[in-house]
Design a protein around this ligand. Structure first.
Ligand code: V47
Length: 397
């Protein structure tokens, strides 16, 4: 039997059922009223995954229509040396470890050359917190890549790497950001956010940049007119309160700057980490987290289902649970990805392969650039969808 909220929210009619605890939230979603902390908690506590998915799908289609974005990109992890010692990370090595590596700028250019010849137009460049690399390594890396491949977009360095540079190179935030932008930085990836809430953050990454600092640097980068992404690492020791707190802190910053392009919930992979005794998130938890993210983050246009971590099948289903982006074709480029690859996954998809996944979910694939411009004009974003959301975003600067 259909209940009252169903009658008022015909988008839920698809499911024919809406559990009682979600009625008020369904009405808020329909009337575009912002969800509260308590709403976020109610969603995470609810077992009615199908209705949560339907609500998130409704919000997703209102923002992004039937489109699903991907890009042709390559990850490049220039070093695995890291001083941060994060408990969830299976990638980092200490300086003198036999498996420690750091690539020269020339080696990175050669990797980029191969990627470019295979069609990549975005490099996702991140590495460990190396104690000895100097600022000119980072600027030469960007400027050499830019001068060799002017139309390759450089999405490089998380807020944690930026923070590390200010400390090891004794430079101000502005000097670091300006120096990188002048060298060719186009945007920044969303890593390093992990979970903002204490004491959880200190338990999983005691020596890492604090939440406040991660947010402060994001704001400064946005004010420099550079877009960034945001992530949340879930499925380890964090609580539902921690997750909702994380989403709300991002939403508040986005209200001020409008600088986040995309939010990526990252499913924890315990293997090879200090937290290997944990099971990692279930498929249900992953779908729910993606859906709740879509519903809470009413001011971030894109939600990414990162297929590398989720696995291709779950990422495809996520396109019906709020996600509108699958990341990219990717392809090797360092061992960070190996440390969190979903079971049975490889680290590469062809353009045809990723488009097939998207079509298989009943969505229209759109190859995009770093800033979500459609690469083929035929796939231009429909005015009814993105424009209405973008209108609500404050202008950067
Ligand atoms: O910050 C590390 C996470 C992040 C593990 O901006 C792990 O478009 C799961 O941020 N299990 C790096 N996750 C990756 C990242 C990212 C990925 C794809 C796209 C974008 C983007 C950003 O990976 C780290 C950390 O949160 N991570 N170890 C692990 N064992």
């Amino acid at each position: 039997m259909l209940n009252k909220a169903v009658a008022r929210t015909d988008y839920i009619m698809e499911t024919g059922y809406l559990s009682k605890e979600l009625e008020a939230i369904a009405i808020k979603v329909e009337t575009r009223e912002r969800l509260s902390f308590e709403d976020g908690m109610t969603l995470f506590r609810s077992d009615d995954l199908v209705s949560i998915g339907a609500l998130a799908n409704h919000a997703r289609e209102r923002i992004n229509g039937n489109l699903t974005y991907y890009n042709v990109n390559r990850h490049m992890n220039y070093t695995n040396v890291c001083v941060s010692d994060c408990a969830f990370c299976g990638f980092y090595r200490r300086v003198r470890h036999p498996e420690a590596y750091e690539w020269t700028v020339a080696e990175c250019v050669e990797i980029a050359r191969k990627a470019y010849s295979e069609g990549a137009r975005e490099l996702h460049i991140v590495g460990g917190l190396h104690p000895r690399l100097q600022f000119d390594y980072y600027t030469s890396l960007l400027s050499e890549l830019k001068s060799n491949f002017p139309d390759m977009r450089l999405k490089a360095f998380t807020m944690v790497e930026l923070d590390h540079l200010t400390r090891t190179c004794r430079m101000s935030d502005e000097e670091v950001i300006d120096g990188l932008v002048e060298a060719g930085l186009d945007s920044c990836p969303g890593g390093g956010a992990e979970i903002f809430a204490e004491p959880t953050r200190s338990r999983i990454c005691a020596h890492k940049t604090s939440a406040e600092r991660w947010l402060e640097l994001s704001e400064k980068v946005h004010r420099r007119n550079i877009h960034t992404n945001a992530t949340m690492l879930y499925g380890h020791i964090e609580s539902h309160e921690d997750r909702v707190d994380h989403l709300i802190r991002l939403r508040e910053l986005q209200d001020r700057t409008g600088g986040f392009m995309c939010f990526i919930p990252l499913a924890f992979h315990p293997e090879g980490t200090d937290l290997s005794h944990l099971p990692g998130p279930s498929a249900i938890d992953s779908l729910k987290t993606i859906a709740v993210s879509r519903l809470m983050l009413d001011n971030i246009v894109h939600i990414k289902a990162y297929w590398v971590m989720l696995g291709k099948g779950l990422a495809q289903i996520a396109l019906r649970f709020g996600a509108d982006d699958l990341d990219g074709t990717i392809n090797d480029g360092g061992s960070l990805m190996e440390s969190y690859l979903a079971e049975g996954n490889d680290n590469q998809l062809t353009k045809d392969g990723i488009e097939e996944l998207i079509r298989g979910a009943g969505r229209i694939p759109v190859e995009r650039d770093t800033l979500y411009n459609a690469i083929e004009p035929r796939a231009a974003v429909s005015p009814e969808t993105n424009d209405s959301t973008r209108r609500n975003l404050p202008v950067l600067g």
